[in-house]
Write a protein that binds this ligand. Structure first.
Ligand SMILES: Nc1ncnc2c1ncn2[C@@H]1O[C@H](COP(=O)(O)OP(=O)(O)OP(=O)(O)O)[C@@H](O)[C@H]1O
Length: 648
């Protein structure tokens, strides 16, 4: 026989003697590196040669590589030609492995721990008929389930019995030291899908069950018997009863061949105070054990009569399952995935591409005569590796919303704490009023953001009343109409300490009068208005008083040193409005002075305001002056800045 050279490439097909065949999985085998923890985990279990196969002189064609993650399948061609294919999985279990090793290799306990936390988990055995699916899930029938505890576990016990034992042990450990309330309850159900019909294996006398759809549970079997299992023996009774009632037939490839897909479910409801607020919520964990009927070739199984019909139905549903797996592995979602084409895929919707954790065990025979079926199973399993699920804890919708809100509150609290720390505020207690305005004012925040790292165009600070003065100064532009400006100047309560933070300052003024203009009248030359009560600029101004305002007309060229940081923040204010808001709006727009109202009248000031606004319409906010607008205003007024200070 020619020496076989294994040129294994990870997770792909490897070819020899020029023979090449594509992988049936639509995705590149290299996509392995992109697999996440939510991908379906896929393991391979190789069944040893049976006595009959030995007797026939069969050889083994499936080998596990040293890394224990890939299997190589050697296919005999014509003459001495052989083709070797290599597939990579999450793990491989060899023919000599015992049942407890399977439990370990596939990390069953991790899945079960998730069930205790409220997740749904699925373990599914697939493969051709006689490849060891039922053996893997349930063990050998004759030795089944009459034990008292883990130590008594029989060597041949399958995953279901071992998982039940583990769950009871874990529940016992978790409940230790708790009060009298029972935090976990366990129930079991067992049904089969036989020729597209769902039978409750725990109530054989009952009519076939309907499969219904609900937005909460997806597809589910209606009126299924759920047996309360207080002890391990209760679970074993369910297993024995269900196992006894399964449809089994005998054909050439397996004397105890399952003629139906069987799903045994352990429902683990747990009461848990997740948020620690003394309101426990119920989480609905579920562990599904799916023992699929095996695919079979009639030529080999030689099924006939009723069995022929069963085989047709089994192969059809497995074909649909293949289509679903293939669609999901291509990343398709929603209605494009043909879940509804068979009862099996409907009921596995959560497990394949849904909210469940899932694990697939591809069972294969090591016999060379079964190489075609083995390859087909491995291709199938390779596709399944690409399926991504989105596991989530099962709980009532109300509890879900409550948890979401609680999470949001915790997040906001955290954010609030962080912001208070940044603002240098104490971490407890309520905010004082000015503090509150300061910390919530979007303009103040915006200002801080905008002026950070931006140097001012010039600076000369020496005017304590710049806020009031400047408001009047801008206000003059609109005369009486702009009564909003006067209002601004008449604030009942301006925070001087806030205005001191404003970086828009005026110290002195150099006016360049227009040619031919004479001074002495407020109508000629640049006119500035100073705040009437505080004459910071008054020394050099000629005051004319008209009753309502105090125009300041400059009699000689003076110096104005003007500086303005970008979007200078002038200060906070509050007051009541009894002015025509229109003026305020103009003030705001034309001079690019933004008035940020935080109080009740903000909306009205913005649009659809009434002509009269009562005194009760108190408002508060911050004022910001745009640098460019400020400079333009100076130029409009024919005011030059001091040489070298501001270069316009
Ligand atoms: N790993 C194994 N070690 C020993 N015996 C095994 C192993 N796997 C399977 N067998 C034996 O092989 C036979 C067929 O196994 P099993 O009934 O589990 O196959 P199956 O895949 O469920 O077949 P079907 O799809 O027809 O129901 C059984 O007698 C079983 O005890």
């Amino acid at each position: 026989m020619a020496t076989q050279s294994f040129k294994a490439r990870e997770n792909g097909n490897e070819y020899q003697n020029g023979k090449e065949e594509g992988n049936t999985c639509p995705r590149s085998p290299d996509s392995d590196m992109f697999r996440s923890t939510n991908n379906i985990k896929v393991y391979v279990r190789i069944r040893p040669l049976s006595k009959d196969e030995y007797a026939r002189g069969e050889t083994s064609c499936v080998h596990i590589a040293r890394d224990e993650h890939s299997v190589k399948v050697v296919e005999q061609g014509y003459g001495y030609n052989t083709t070797t294919r290599s597939f990579q999985f999450d793990g491989c279990v060899g023919p000599a492995a015992e049942q407890h090793e399977v439990m370990q290799t596939v990390e069953m306990k991790k899945l079960l721990d998730k069930v205790l936390e409220g997740y749904s988990s699925t373990v599914m055995a697939c493969g051709q008929t006689g490849s060891g699916k039922t053996f893997t899930m349930s063990g050998r029938e004759e030795g089944m389930h009459d034990k008292k505890g883990y130590e008594d576990c029989w060597g041949d016990d399958g995953l279901i019995a071992r998982s039940a034992i583990y769950l009871f042990e874990a529940i016992k450990a978790r409940s230790f030291n708790k009060d009298q309330t029972k935090p976990y309850t366990l129930r079991a159900s067992y049904f089969e899908i036989y020729c597209e019909q769902v039978n409750d294996l725990l109530r054989l006398d009952a009519a076939p069950r309907d499969v219904k759809w609900s937005s909460r549970d997806g597809f589910y079997v209606e009126n299924l018997l759920l047996v309360d299992c207080d002890t391990l023996e209760d679970v074993f009774s369910v297993l024995n009863e269900g196992g006894k009632n399964r449809k089994v037939g005998s054909h050439e490839l397996n004397k105890d061949s399952s003629r139906s897909h069987c799903i045994m479910t352990l429902h683990v409801d747990s009461l848990c105070d997740i948020t620690g607020d003394g309101h426990p919520i119920v989480r609905y964990g579920r562990m599904l054990f799916v023992d699929l009927a095996g695919s079979e070739r009639l030529k080999k199984s030689k099924s006939s009569g009723e069995m022929l019909k069963e085989t047709g139905s089994i192969n059809r549903s497995l074909f649909t399952l293949g289509k679903v797996i293939s669609a999901l592995s291509e990343g398709k979602k929603g209605d494009v995935v043909p879940y509804r084409e068979s009862m099996l895929t409907k009921l596995l919707m959560e497990s394949l591409g849904g909210n469940s954790l899932a694990l697939m065990i591809a069972c294969v025979s090591s016999a060379a005569s079964a190489v075609d079926e083995t390859l087909s199973t491995l291709h199938y399993a390779t596709c399944a590796k690409n399926i991504v699920n989105a596991p989530s804890i099962n709980m009532d919708a109300r509890d879900k919303i409550m948890m979401k809100l609680q999470k949001e509150i915790a997040h906001l609290r955290e954010e609030n704490k962080m912001l208070r720390t940044k603002l240098g505020l104490s971490l407890d207690g309520d905010l004082t009023f000015p503090e509150a305005i300061q910390s919530v004012s979007p303009m103040a925040t915006k200002h801080r953001r905008q002026t950070r790292n931006i140097p001012p165009v010039g600076l000369e600070i020496k005017c304590p009343t710049e806020l009031k003065g400047l408001e009047k100064y801008f206000g003059k532009e609109f005369g009486e109409e702009a009564s909003g400006l006067s209002t601004l100047a008449n604030f009942q309560d301006v925070f001087p300490q806030q205005s001191a933070r404003g970086s828009l300052t005026l110290e002195s003024l150099r006016c360049m009068p227009s040619q031919g203009d004479s001074f002495g009248s407020s109508q000629q030359g640049p006119t500035l208005q100073a705040y009437s009560e505080d004459d910071a600029w008054g020394d050099n101004c000629e005051k004319t008083t008209d009753g309502t305002s105090t125009p300041c007309v400059l009699s000689e060229p003076r110096t104005i040193r003007a500086s303005c940081e970008p979007n200078s923040f002038l200060g906070m204010y509050r007051g009541s409005v009894n002015v025509k808001p229109k003026g305020l709006q103009q003030f705001s727009r034309r001079n690019r002075v933004s008035v940020d109202h935080l109080g009740g009248s903000r909306a009205r000031l913005k649009k659809g305001y009434p002509r009269r606004i009562g005194k009760q319409d108190a408002f508060q906010g911050s004022i910001t002056v745009n640098q460019a607008a400020f400079i333009k205003k100076l130029l409009d007024l024919n005011i030059s800045p001091v040489d070298g200070m501001v270069n316009f």
